[in-house]
Design a protein around this ligand. Structure first.
Ligand SMILES: C[S@@+](CC[C@H](N)C(=O)[O-])C[C@H]1O[C@@H](n2cnc3c(N)ncnc32)[C@H](O)[C@@H]1O
Length: 249
């Protein structure tokens, strides 16, 4: 098993079972976020702590059953088993279910080290317009118009533009409640996704683990953003701030 850059297709629980303990150096994955109905957290934790499976039903994002819930602790235990001691795992998660992902990973044996944030500006808010909702409830009809450039996101999270879609154009807010709550919504524009940084516990000290397994540490210098000649350097001035800025500190 010395192949590199091999793609194995299959259910990760089954594929991982084929590997011996401590085989992999690290894990990077984008597992299901479980963005479906709010779970009963007491039931989830009770089952997970008892080592039982929690069944959340089948209604995941875009009706995909695989997406209905985050991977359970038993899957993370398997990821943990195949990692070398000190091996890192970078795990994407949903903003509103990262707590579940993190707890499942902790129960699988991982220690949580940090969170990286992937920031982006292309997300489309799925917020309910509260003012509009009051007018709709009062029976005020909008006009159905063709809308060019309406964004969508498919089950794999890929976005795009649907030029033939329609949207409902509502007139100015009519009812008193609609005017009072105009501009209020229910959701923020999606703009970040957390990446949980976890680690399988070390085997001894950092130095011992790095020496024996080549894991346990992060190549910080290898990830620095380089600076070319001519790049702005003003930020460096904070290191030698003028005394007028530091006198009162
Ligand atoms: C959040 S999506 C990741 C999308 C991917 N990063 C991309 O950009 O296309 C989760 C993925 O996990 C896959 N998946 C769900 N359950 C799985 C399982 N038990 N074993 C392997 N893959 C699974 C789904 O098919 C889906 O593609």
């Amino acid at each position: 098993m010395n192949d590199i850059n091999v793609v194995l297709c299959g259910d990760s629980a089954e594929v991982l079972r084929q590997y011996p303990d401590g085989f992999f150096d690290s894990v990077v994955c984008d597992p299901p976020y479980g963005l479906s109905k709010e779970p009963n957290i007491t039931e989830v934790l009770t089952k997970w702590i008892a080592g039982e499976t929690y069944d959340h039903g089948n209604g995941g994002f875009m009706s995909k059953s695989w997406d209905s819930f985050v991977p359970h602790p038993d899957l993370w235990r398997e990821v943990f088993r195949v990692l070398k001691p000190g091996g890192h795992a970078l795990v994407f998660a949903g903003t509103r279910t990262q707590d579940l992902m993190t707890i499942a990973m902790r129960l699988g044996g991982f220690e949580i080290r940090d969170v990286i944030e992937w920031l982006y500006f292309s997300g489309f808010p799925k917020s309910m317009d509260v003012g509009k909702a009051f007018d709709k409830r009062a029976g005020i009809q909008g006009e159905r118009v063709e809308a060019e450039g309406v964004g969508f996101m498919n089950a794999e999270g890929k976005g795009g533009y649907n030029v033939t879609s329609h949207r409902i154009l509502m007139p100015e807010r009519q009812t008193e409640l609609a005017r009072k709550w105009d501009g209020w919504g229910t959701a923020l524009k999606p703009a970040h996704e957390p990446i949980i940084v976890a680690r399988k516990p070390l085997a001894g000290t950092v130095a011992e683990t790095v020496e024996k397994y080549g894991t346990g540490a992060i190549n910080i210098d290898g990830c620095r953003i380089g600076r070319a000649a001519g790049d702005r350097t003003e930020y460096g001035n904070y290191l030698t701030a003028p005394s007028s800025l530091t006198d009162n500190v």
